[in-house]
Write a protein that binds this ligand. Structure first.
Ligand SMILES: Cc1cc2nc3c(=O)[nH]c(=O)nc-3n(C[C@H](O)[C@H](O)[C@H](O)COP(=O)(O)O)c2cc1C
Length: 321
């Protein structure tokens, strides 16, 4: 199965809906994290990204960040009432301000706290629970100490991004430690990290033949056709791909516009997407340089469409930063 990675700021419900209208191959998305909140009632606005009425295109597993059991139980039950039989717990977020508060990957050096949380939470929630994690926050031994704890609980799956929190999103993947994790965990493992093209996917698949589930994040934003390439599905001509991308980006623009109160926010959001989308084009850097200095939203939109009339897709896809 192919999972869409949670990428806070990118793979929100608008992206998921628009993406699924133009591209296929993704089976399930894990949502960007929703933080636990105080109080017995959770405002629906806090759950906006996962409200069923906002999610017509893709199956979604909402992700929760935080560890206070009481709040966890309230949120999980609310999500169940909204129809979510599966939820995901974030034990991987590397952001120092979060990790320092024993949330995200900052919890991995506290196996006892994880055990206590699961002991309290699991009997009180109707949902299936899965976990998305890293190898540790400060070092790569942390998850190995947590896995024996996790093995005592019924988890739907364990999704591992084989880096430590301190690396953020850069540097080598630690596939050796990942390999040990697979051996000691009794749960189904989903791999997440640096899948940017078919060749890398194939390499990892051959190295870890027991894994059947893959999560695509930045690689998908850099090549929206990536799931099709991985699944080796029907290939379209360059012209058709460019047309699909142009229609996609116009619809993404229109949908985001509906939710933004100020043009500058729409402009900045589109520029953020283009940091990744540019990689789909032969002259991606030039395209991005043209777009990034535009300060007027109408001009930005018009220029994007002008550029796309003659842009050349980077196919066969060659990844570059
Ligand atoms: C901008 C950004 C936001 C992210 N937000 C989340 C998040 O909300 N929850 C989470 O579990 N992981 C998050 N991640 C981690 C990704 O889901 C993924 O595990 C990681 O980027 C490695 O996979 P990739 O190389 O395919 O992107 C985020 C990563 C990035 C770059």
């Amino acid at each position: 199965m192919l999972y869409l990675a949670p990428l806070q700021g990118y793979t929100n419900y608008i992206f998921r809906n628009v993406y699924s209208r133009f591209f296929d191959g993704i089976d399930i998305a894990v949502s960007p994290f929703v933080s636990l909140v105080d109080g017995k009632r959770i405002k629906l606005t806090h759950l906006k990204d996962v409200l069923p009425e906002n999610n017509s295109g893709m199956m979604v597993i909402p992700q929760i960040l935080g560890y206070r059991p009481e709040q966890f139980i309230i949120m999980a039950n609310d999500l169940y009432k909204l129809g979510y039989e599966s939820i995901n717990w974030n034990l991987g977020c590397p952001v120092p301000a979060i990790a320092r508060k024993k949330r995200g990957s900052g919890m991995l050096s506290h196996p006892k706290l994880i055990e206590e949380t699961l002991n309290e939470v699991l009997p009180n929630i109707p949902n299936k629970l899965s976990i998305k994690t890293r190898l540790g926050y400060l070092n790569n031994k942390e998850l190995l100490n947590v896995i024996p704890v996790l093995n005592d609980f019924p988890l739907e799956f364990l999704n591992i991004h084989p880096r430590i929190g301190k690396q953020m999103y850069e540097g080598e993947l630690d596939l050796e430690t990942f390999s040990t994790c697979i051996k000691v965990s009794k749960h189904k493992i989903i791999f997440s990290g640096d899948i940017i093209d078919y060749d890398f996917y194939n390499k990892i698949k051959n190295q870890f033949p027991s894994i059947n589930d893959w999560m695509l994040g930045r690689g998908l934003l850099s090549n929206l056709f990536l799931p099709n390439e991985i699944l080796q599905k029907e290939d379209y001509s360059k012209e058709i791909k460019l047309e699909i991308f142009s229609n996609f980006i116009n619809e993404l623009f229109e949908e985001i516009k509906k939710t933004m109160t100020a043009d500058v926010h729409l402009l900045n959001k589109m520029k953020e997407y283009w940091v990744y989308f540019k990689r789909m084009f032969v002259d991606g850097d030039e395209i991005f340089n043209t777009l990034k200095y535009i300060q007027d939203i109408e001009k930005f939109h018009k220029t994007t469409n002008e550029i796309l009339k003659s842009a050349v897709l980077n196919i066969p896809f060659k990844y570059y930063k």
